[in-house]
Structures are given as structure tokens and as C-alpha cells.
Design a protein around this ligand. Structure first.
Ligand code: NAG
Ligand code: NAG
Ligand code: NAG
Length: 308
């Protein structure tokens, strides 16, 4: 089951904020694959009475305070940015329209962190918004398997990847799903905070044999060599069946007899040896021996092994 609300809360908050205070709206977290790009949607606002001639802005990395000299990601006044952002950052939004949407390309792990926007309307009218986006740079698709997978009951396994790079769109495919059913690509879905995900679903009825099966999902980016794989192991719960047991045993008086019961289940079964309703031995195990020393005719009877 996938929970994505259709209601774009993000934009409702913007609509409600019109009329001017200092404020910014951006997703609190956003993710993207290494080597691709990310567009961080951003809007900001300021008191209407300021009426700036030009609106400038700065994006900072990891700290909101200019006095800490945080790495400059983007600066509209000078175009001078920190070396790790050179040629990698571009403002997509129009600051005059209070749109601070930022594009970061050629993502590498060290660009993961917090991004802060600062509005600069000239003079003292500068303000770094406390709202910020945490960028997570990933390299594996996220496979979501339900907490409980039971043999014979249909499950929905989903593969979800971020789709926030306008230039590179992921394509999803499943690995090791032969015989498990046909995937259904749900497509691009919008999440609460204005970020996007690409989702593919796999519906199937697991069998006991599918326990331990490795299921993979691959995200590839057409016309590039970028390719990412993620795997999940299926933990299929199934009830016990007895796979091995002595049916009838003849024993010589005074001899040693061992009886075996073997069963298969996930999780492992509780096995019990009983005679005439009396529990002789029990354990959580896949095979349980009952050892009878020096049998006499008194031990004659029906020995039963029981599953929970
Ligand atoms: C902000 O700018 C981006 C990039 O041009 C655009 O895609 C987005 O729709 C704009 N947002 C709003 C609320 O106008
Ligand atoms: C990949 O490249 C081909 C040929 O240049 C082009 O026709 C196609 O649209 C490209 N696909 C994508 C997803 O960019
Ligand atoms: C019961 O079966 C087990 C496993 O096959 C075997 O080891 C054991 O000797 C058998 N017991 C008797 C009394 O035949």
C-alpha cells in the first residue's frame, strides 16, 4: 500500500501566506541519485511594504548564518560560488516572482546536507529563512515489502525512487521477479511536500518456496550509464507440515529406540512428542528426536508428534 495524498498541502500553505511576511516554503527533505540532478522547489515571501527595486537571493550550504561563512551554493549578486558548487548550481526560479527553485547537477555524496535560502532586498532587508531542505544523495532504489508476508496471501511490493531531476528521469525494472507476476508501473507521483517519486508495483501470491527469494529493483537513466540496484529478501511465513516421521516401529525388548519427527515452517515450528495425552518432549525446532532407553512392553502404544 502506498500512501501519497493527492492534496498538495505545500501549495495551500503558500496561498494562505500571501500578503507578506518573511517566510519560505520548500520540502523539508528531498532525495536524488548520485550523478543525476535535483530541483529543489522553493518559494519565499516578504512584507509587501518593502517594495524592493530588485530581489536578490543566496543559497547557503549547511548553515543559515552568513557570519559562519557557509559555502555559497548560489548568489544572484555576484555569481561567485563555493568551489564544490561550481558549474553545478543554477537558479530555476525567478526571484522577482518570489520563486527560489534551485537546480543542482552532477550530484556527488558530499553535496548531501542542508540548503538554506536567504532573501536579499538590499540594505538591512536581508533574511535567512529557517525553513530548509535536507538533500539526501542515494544510490539504491527503495524496495518496500509489507511487514508480514504470508504464503497464499497476495502481497504488494513496491519500488520507489526519487524523480526530482527534470533532465534525467528514472526508469524502473524488476530483477528476479520471474514467476512472481507482472509489474505495474504507477508512474510519477507527487508527495505531500511537492517532491516526486517514480513507483512500480509488483503484486503476487507468495508460495512457501519463495521464502528467502531475492527480489531486486533497478533504476536506470536512459542515454546515460547511470544504473542503480536495490534488493530485498522475502521472508514468507508458512504453516508447518511434517516432512519426516517414523510410521510404525517394531522394537526388541530392552533395546534403544529413537523416533524422529521433522517439520518445515517459517518461523520454525514447536514440535511435541506425546503419548496418551502426556507430553514427553517439546522444542522449537525443525527436527526432534524422542529417545526411549531399554524399551519394555509397557512403552507399547501410539506416539504422536504434534504441531501447534
Ligand atoms: C518556480 O519556478 C520553477 C522553475 O521555473 C517552476 O517549475 C515552478 O512552477 C515555479 N513555481 C511556482 C509556484 O510558480
Ligand atoms: C536518448 O537519445 C535518443 C537519441 O539521441 C533520443 O531520441 C531520445 O529521446 C533520448 N531519450 C531520452 C529519455 O532522453
Ligand atoms: C526413525 O527415523 C529416523 C530417521 O529416518 C531414524 O534415524 C530412526 O532410526 C528411526 N527409528 C526407528 C526405531 O526405526
Amino acid at each position: 500500500m502506498i500512501f501519497l495524498t493527492a492534496l498538495p498541502l505545500f501549495w495551500i500553505m503558500i496561498a494562505a501566506s500571501r500578503g507578506g511576511h518573511w517566510g519560505a516554503w520548500m520540502p523539508s527533505s528531498i532525495s536524488a541519485f548520485e550523478g543525476t540532478c535535483v530541483s529543489i522547489p522553493c518559494r519565499f515571501d516578504f512584507p509587501d511594504e518593502l517594495r524592493p527595486a530588485v530581489v536578490h537571493g543566496v543559497w547557503y550550504f549547511n548553515s543559515p548564518y552568513p557570519k559562519n561563512y557557509p559555502p555559497v551554493v548560489f548568489k544572484s549578486r555576484t555569481q561567485v560560488v563555493h568551489e564544490s558548487f561550481q558549474g553545478r548550481s543554477r537558479l530555476l526560479g525567478d526571484l522577482g516572482l518570489r520563486n527560489c527553485t534551485l537546480l543542482l547537477s552532477n550530484l556527488s555524496p558530499e553535496l548531501g546536507g542542508k540548503y538554506y535560502f536567504r532573501g536579499d532586498l538590499g540594505g538591512y532587508n536581508q533574511y535567512t529563512f529557517s525553513e530548509h531542505s535536507i538533500l539526501d544523495i542515494i544510490n539504491t532504489p527503495n524496495i518496500v515489502v509489507p511487514l508480514e508476508v504470508v504464503a497464499g496471501t497476495e502481497v504488494e511490493v513496491s519500488c520507489m525512487v526519487p524523480d526530482n531531476c527534470p533532465e534525467l528521469r528514472p526508469e524502473l525494472s524488476w530483477l528476479g521477479h520471474d514467476g512472481l507476476g507482472e509489474p505495474a508501473v504507477l508512474g510519477r507521483l507527487r508527495e505531500d511536500e511537492g517532491t516526486w517519486v517514480q513507483v512500480s508495483l509488483l503484486h503476487f501470491v507468495p508460495t512457501r518456496e519463495a521464502n528467502g527469494h531475492r527480489l531486486g529493483c533497478q533504476a536506470s537513466f536512459p542515454n546515460t550509464t547511470l544504473q542503480f540496484e536495490g534488493y530485498a529478501s522475502l521472508d514468507v511465513k508458512y504453516p508447518p507440515v511434517i516432512v519426516e516421521m517414523n510410521s510404525s516401529v517394531e522394537a526388541i525388548e530392552g533395546s534403544h529406540v529413537s523416533l524422529l519427527c521433522g517439520a518445515d515452517s517459517n518461523p520454525p515450528p514447536l514440535l511435541t512428542w506425546m503419548r496418551d495425552g502426556t507430553v514427553l518432549q517439546e522444542a522449537v525446532t525443525e527436527s526432534l528426536f524422542l529417545e526411549l532407553d531399554e524399551v519394555t512392553p509397557r512403552e507399547d502404544g501410539v506416539y504422536a508428534s504434534q504441531l501447534p
